[in-house]
Design a protein around this ligand. Sequence first.
Ligand code: TYM
Length: 331
Amino acid sequence: MSKKIILSGIQPSGQLSIGNYLGAIKNFVNYQDTYDTYYCIVDLHAITVRQNPVALKENSYALAAWYLAAGLNPEKCSIFIQSHVTEHAEMGWILSTFTQMGELERMTQFKDKANQHKQNINAGLFTYPALMAGDILLYGTDVVPTGHDQKQHIELTRDIAKRFNGIYGDILTVPEPFIPKVAARIKDLQNPLKKMSKSSDGAGTIFLNEPLKSIEKKIKRAVTDNEMNIAYDEKNQAGLANLMGIYAACENKQIEEVLPLFEGKGYGDLKKAVAEKVIEILEPMQNRYNELMNDKAELDNILKKGAEKARAKASPTLIKVKEAVGFIAPS
Ligand code: TYM
């Protein structure tokens, strides 16, 4: 029986945060043994916000290096750059004609980003979800692992696939989201009502390449509350719930399993435990990351093979889609 297919992607648009790792990359690693897996560095998406070209290149290599440092094995999964597989841009265009303006207007990521970048609300930022649907649907993807913030985009992808199939027959696989129970929404340490984000420069984000001492400091300064009792309450004790979520995710456990460890303890004990866990995970990852970033030729090699494997999977779907809509195949 053929393996089920997983695809996910991350934008090379800044330094990765522990939210990206715990909410997404960690699960990518878990899937690589049992699924046919495709992990993309979505540079076409990244340029919907103006990027410095030198930084974009460096961030794209950095993302490949983090994928590998986190444990993705290029013999098992395809790690590739979106713009290397030109099928993505073509599929995105075709699917944009099956996506309604009203649907795009409802996307919260668009609303947030349009708000953050008022001087550059470009058409690509608006049609972004059609390109993302293209990424997913090109591979016949069964499952899309992401953090919670991408759920709305995956639901739209499902609607687009169903709409297309409704017109042309069963051509596209309708994917399911996989949103982890723990760590799907890691919050900013200074403002636990806000998502921790790689585009933030603040004291509330733990970056994967941050000096370990600085990580420890940020966790110790994380905002909690005045209740002084350890409980899991996302609404009234959001800062505490966030720290517990980070701890549980690092330990591969559920909240209920880690809660008893901290009962009767102080907030300082919890923060110390979280800092230790995060550092235990990030220290070896950072070492591996630094080695990989010093060998760009090896990264190029891995990305080339990844793109070849990805293209072999994506191309037949695009051919079917073009045939379905009535394009003449090149002779
Ligand atoms: P991006 O680059 O913003 O984020 C990458 C992944 O990290 C997750 N994530 C988080 N998870 C938990 N807590 C957080 N604070 C946190 N912040 C980010 C995101 O949910 C995501 O899984 N549109 C996508 C990229 C994309 C994509 C795709 C994803 C393009 N094509 C196809 C899946 C399939 C994005 O902007 O992710």
